[in-house]
Design a protein around this ligand. Sequence first.
Ligand code: AMP
Length: 283
Amino acid sequence: MSRPPVVARTFPALRRALAELRRRDASVALVPTMGALHDGHLSLVRLAKRRADKVVVSVFVNPTQFAPHEDFGSYPRTFKTDAAKLAGESVDLIWNPDIKAMYPDGFASKILTEGPALAGLEDRFRPHFFGGVATVVGKLFNQCRPDVAIFGSKDFQQLRVVTRMAADLDMGVKVIGAPTVRERDGLAMSSRNVYLSAEERAVAPTLYRALKEVAKRIKAGKSIESSLAAGAELIAEAGFVLDYLEARHADTLAPIKSIKNGPIRLLVAAKLGKTRLIDNIAV
Ligand code: AMP
């Protein structure tokens, strides 16, 4: 058995732990999370272990990426279970700062992201979101100075935004995307799936099914527009309220009219009752 991870909650503890990890020039991977860990998060940890000598997982529910009406207060917080799961994956260090450490009184700076952050997807429905994400990820990169950082393709626009930011601001971190881990019925794993009632949970996989249906139609030569319309109908019939279902260029996230101009990524966000779910697949 390897040692349980060190848990750092203050900057001095983090600095000490990182100095210890970096002895003998070990490379470090960072996996940023908001906790409530599931197998999707653990797959990022496993990828991190293949890409670096030491693995740091941050667990921090970041208030600045939630709007006042969103679920910051009710977001699941399960630190003990999370720490046990990370111990099972032989993670080296858990960085679990408190809010005051991250955002001390007088905190007044923010990273402004454009390009993929203004693609008209998540940003259209959560205008505050990428400012909060970019700022906290930038802070985590500065605090931990990782060589690589792993992000899930589940949050596809976020992956593009963070990759762009790390390159644009010379953060010296290689951002690596990891595939989406799904439940057996296709639902993308998410910490927010616990909000779903039994009835909602039963229809939630429709989102993935609809994405696959749209991809199938586009690959069969149907127009992107009609394929998306068919997908939107499936999603609405299942009882979702759709925020968006779009076909975008997988690299730039620019709108795309033809499969010839691909690679295409299909992205969806929809509400089922009070729960907002997102998903995406390649065509
Ligand atoms: P979160 O804790 O939701 O902020 O997510 C932390 C990281 O885990 C992000 O990079 C997410 O994209 C990634 N992630 C969340 N769900 C999944 C999933 N089902 N499969 C793969 N990665 C995921």
